[in-house]
Design a protein around this ligand. Structure first.
Ligand code: PLP
Length: 450
């Protein structure tokens, strides 16, 4: 291995062994002896270094990362400013426990979130609790909504994903693998039909009527504490709801005293060209959940809500040992500073144009197989079907992902039937690299259909 610093990684593919290579296979054998198979790795290639869009594995292969650890490294791997901020904080203080003796970086992150969350004003301030993971953000959002309303019910949507803790795995649409065998599942959770324009053909208001009718019948509005929605569904396949769907749901929640919680864990933090994706739909949420991209690769999650709701919890009711770790908070500050001071949001739009455009060209070329290209900004996806039907084509997606991996491109599936390829590139990925990635996918589809 050279003595290159991570920043010296050239932003290009370089395949020098088969993938996985011999050193990765060796490591994988070691891992299998000590790590249970429930912790599955999509591509068992062991990564040694990374910068921006490129992963370097232990065999020296350079792999273009179009997943970003599932939307975590939104501003790129080992971003210079994030690394510098985290390193500086590491040398100062790494832990005190905010609920014991607090520190400034936590407060700064809360200030950034209050500033950027839609709806936050001097008259109606928003406050933030910091935790470690997306699932913890969802758990706490539900706790806070229950405390505020005094009601038990949790409404979610079909195709949703909210995490793998006991409560959140009960909220996911997909039972297997996330909840299967781990029961009993949590109760008082209601899974309502969503808006899925490529498949249901419903307008936003009509889809909202269907969702609301279901919840009123099955749950009863007066028993619901909250409705938790991903403005753009992530694991579900980057489903962008039809126009008017989310505003109608938010209005219904307001009219019925139900807390509207936007789970922005995957779609938030600048990925769609606005800080929060819900801004794209003109909706003011009561609570916004952040995690994944918030700290440039370090673990951190935020629950940001209207003060009136957040202030209901008693001292000691909220928190956790590592929640709002100072190093993670320093890294998040570096992310927010780039959002505010550079053209990161415009970059998300650029990626939406180039990546989305190239994918629509693929759709024209493989019109029988690609039923939909969708997404906003740097959150794009392609849905595959069996030719001439709406039947989910899971196999072609698995094969295309496998072929792309062999060529040094890391892709990820999505959707209840894994028939969607989703793209979560770094906001700094060049148009040139995007073109290279799409060419690899084009070749892989061509070879499969050959
Ligand atoms: C990933 C994800 C979660 C869970 O986050 P973890 O950090 O994995 O616990 C929750 N909601 C959404 C929308 C996600 O994409």
């Amino acid at each position: 291995m050279s003595e290159d610093t991570p920043t010296a990684i050239t932003q290009e593919r370089r395949v020098v062994t088969e993938i996985p290579g011999p050193r990765s296979r060796e490591l994988h054998a070691r891992r299998q002896a000590v790590v249970p198979p429930g912790v599955h790795s999509v591509l068992p290639v062991y990564i040694e270094r990374a910068h921006d869009s490129v992963l370097v594995d232990v065999d020296g292969n350079q792999i273009v990362d179009v997943c970003g650890g599932i939307g975590v490294t939104t501003i790129g791997h080992t971003d210079d400013a994030v690394v510098a901020a985290a390193a500086e904080q590491l040398g100062k203080v790494t832990h005190t426990l905010f609920t014991m003796t607090p520190y400034e970086p936590y407060v700064r992150v809360a200030e950034f979130l209050a500033k950027h969350v839609p709806g936050s004003t001097a008259e109606q301030p928003y406050k933030t609790l910091l935790m470690n993971s997306g699932a913890e953000a969802v758990e706490n959002g539900v706790k806070i909504a229950r405390k505020h309303t005094g009601r038990p019910g949790v409404a979610v949507l079909e195709h949703a994903y909210h995490g793998r803790t006991m409560l959140t795995s009960s909220m996911n649409f997909k039972g297997a693998p996330y909840a299967a065998g781990y029961g009993p599942r949590a109760g008082d959770i209601y899974k309502a039909p969503n808006s899925y324009p490529a498949r249901d053909g419903l307008s936003g208001p009509d889809a909202a009527k269907r969702t609301i009718a279901y919840l009123e019948k099955v749950a009863g509005a007066e028993d619901l504490a909250c409705l938790v929605v991903e403005p753009i569904q992530g694991e579900g396949g980057f489903i962008v709801p039809a126009d008017g769907y989310l505003p109608a749901l938010a209005e219904w929640c307001r009219a019925n005293g139900i807390v509207f919680i936007a789970d922005e864990v995957q779609a938030g933090m600048a990925r769609t060209g606005t800080v929060f994706s819900i801004e794209q739909f003109g909706v003011v949420p009561d609570i916004v959940l952040s995690a994944k991209g918030i700290a440039g690769g370090l673990p951190l999650a935020g629950i940001t809500g209207r003060a009136e709701i957040m202030d209901k919890s008693q001292p000691g009711g909220l928190g956790g040992t590592f929640g709002g770790n100072p190093v993670s908070c320093a890294a998040a500050t570096a992310v927010f500073e780039q959002i505010e001071q550079t053209d990161l949001l415009a970059e998300a739009k650029r990626i939406g144009d180039t990546f989305g455009g190239a994918l629509r060209d693929l759709q024209s070329k493989y019109a029988d197989n690609i039923v939909d290209v969708r997404g906003i900004g740097a959150m794009q996806a392609v849905e595959f079907v069996k030719p001439g039907t709406l039947e989910h084509d899971t196999e072609i997606v698995a094969k295309v992902i496998d072929r792309a991996a062999q060529q040094g491109v890391l892709l990820l599936s999505a959707g209840i039937y894994s028939n969607v390829i989703r793209f979560l590139p770094s906001l700094k990925m060049s148009d040139e690299l995007i073109a290279d990635v799409v060419a690899v996918i084009d070749e892989a589809i061509g070879a499969e259909l050959g």
